[in-house]
Design a protein around this ligand. Structure first.
Ligand code: BES
Ligand code: MN
Ligand code: ZN
Length: 486
């Protein structure tokens, strides 16, 4: 998307759509007033006639307003004292309307800016909403015709070109994450993710290292291998490194990349099993985040790890009762082969922490149905004992709208993983499943500032024709990492 900055008389602005606002008490913004005056009161007549009210999320598209240079005027409701939820509604309703207007759109949201939701915030939310509205998955179902799209955004306000470019890069990364998440599991295999990571790294100048399943086995990563060995698709651990801050300790992100989760021998029921192609959305969001990082090149060092395998039932698949030895040397009794995410993650965490000594480590994973049951599709679950890291991720979630909700990770829950036959079992009892999964991972990260984000709910939308990957948590991860840049 192209960006321009404009400050001047909006009624003379040549654009395909000019967006102006009116507030809760139906008062027109300064720009809306200018349009109203140039058009002999056309906008105020619409308000008097009740065609639109100023509540958040309401819009009215008006073509060919006389006396105004813009081809269309979009009148949008909104006030400066809004909750983040209402503000997000405005950005997404305006974004989805203007996204399909061919050419340029000019937006004056200045009446909405506030201390808590400043200009840059509105710009980012709008740009992300436009990207979301323009997103189409075309890899296996080509679009019938080229749909009309806005290609230039004219920002009416201060010169915030930098914020607009950052938002655009976040949009790019989010759409890339969606593409990977939506890709069918016969195409999107661990080898496919490795090839994507290699291509992105080549283009962006990242270093990229791929450990094959055999490398992992030879290394002693028995937990990872216990999952990957049951599939004819070889598992991969992929490590991308971006250096934007010299010798500073890197920040690490780790994504679960189960390209299909059948449950293994602890087979899942058949209904909706296709949705288990989304079990690589952690990995997809790590790649999406690195796509954004490649476009922005911030002053921060990042190590991005994807731990990828297919979880299949097979003659050589792991069985309930098997005991394996993880890379950390801890033995694990596999009581349920469907709790595979933590098995591929724990060895990736050990490997990453051992080889890169990160300043912080955040893993993202579609880890438990329990987390989705607790938080639905609104918030991802956040688990950490590091208060500062919790604060940073909660804040990044609030500003990006890609929210996280903190759930407990306390000592009391750890005994749930006790095993008679190994250092730990891979599942706890029937209660607090999201927390016991996080407890399992915590055994492999003890001295590192680490947080676990369970994205089982937010990573995809399950319903009808909106079914598909949401691109989350790319906005969360990019916002969090960009805040780390010096
Ligand atoms: N990938 C699933 C978690 C999941 C389930 C994500 C539904 C999204 C929607 C994970 O591998 C899994 O199967 N977890 C089990 C753990 C259980 C066996 C302890 C679960 O949540 O049922
Ligand atoms: Mn599973
Ligand atoms: Zn899984």
């Amino acid at each position: 998307m192209e960006f321009q900055i404009f400050s001047g008389n909006v009624s003379e602005l040549n654009t395909d759509c000019l967006v102006v606002t009116l507030d809760q008490s139906n008062t027109l913004s300064t720009s809306a007033k200018a349009v109203d005056e140039a058009s002999n009161g056309f906008l105020s007549a619409r308000v008097t006639d009740g065609d639109i009210s100023g509540s958040a999320g309401k819009t009215l598209l008006l073509p060919g307003v006389s006396g105004v240079a813009a081809r269309r005027v979009l009148l949008a409701g909104g006030s400066p004292t809004l909750s983040v939820f209402e503000a997000g509604k405005i950005a997404s309703s305006v974004g989805s309307t203007v996204a399909k207007i061919e050419g340029s759109v000019a937006v004056d949201f200045s009446a909405l800016f506030s201390e808590s939701l400043p200009q840059e915030w509105w710009a980012e939310q709008l740009v992300l909403a436009i990207h979301a509205a323009q997103y189409r998955f075309t890899a296996t179902k080509p679009a019938k015709e080229e749909s009309k799209q806005a290609s230039t955004l004219i920002w009416i306000g201060d010169d915030i070109t930098n914020a607009l470019n950052v938002a655009d890069a976040k949009g790019l990364g989010t759409s890339y994450c969606k593409d990977l998440g939506n890709m069918p599991p016969n195409i999107c295999t661990p080898a496919y993710l490795a090839a994507e990571a290699e291509a992105l790294s080549k283009e962006a100048g990242f270093t990229c290292k791929v450990y094959d399943e055999a490398d992992m086995e030879a290394m002693g990563a028995g937990a990872f291998y216990s999952v990957s060995k049951g599939s004819t698709e070889p598992g991969k651990v992929i490590i991308m490194e971006y250096k934007g801050a010299g010798d500073a300790q890197p920040h690490m992100i780790v994504g679960k990349g189960i390209t299909f989760d059948t449950g293994g021998i602890s087979l899942k029921p058949g209904a909706k099993m296709d949705e288990m192609k989304y079990d690589m959305c952690g990995a997809a969001s790590v790649l999406g985040t690195m796509k954004t990082i490649a476009a922005i090149k911030p002053a921060v060092n990042i190590v991005a790890i994807i731990t990828s395998a297919e979880n299949m039932p097979a003659g050589n698949a792991s069985k309930p009762g098997d005991v394996v030895t993880s890379l950390a040397g801890l033995t694990i009794e596999i009581l349920n082969t469907d709790a595979e995410g933590r098995l591929v993650l724990c060895d990736a965490l050990t490997l990453g922490i051992r080889d890169y000594k990160p300043a912080t480590c955040v893993d993202v994973a579609t880890l438990t149905g329990a987390c989705m049951a607790a938080l639905g599709k609104v918030n991802s679950g956040l688990f950490t004992t590091d208060e500062d890291l919790a604060g940073e991720l909660l804040a990044a979630g609030q500003t990006s709208g890609d929210r996280v909700w903190r759930l407990p990770l306390e000592e009391d829950y750890k005994s749930g993983l006790d095993s008679n036959f190994a250092d730990m079992a891979n599942i706890g009892g029937p209660l607090a499943g999201a927390t016991t999964a996080a407890c399992f991972l915590s055994r492999f990260t003890e001295d590192t500032r680490w947080a676990h984000v369970d994205i089982a709910g937010p990573a995809w939308d399950g319903a009808g024709m909106t079914k598909g990957s949401t691109g989350r948590p790319v906005p969360l991860l990019t916002t969090y990492l960009l805040n780390k840049a010096v």
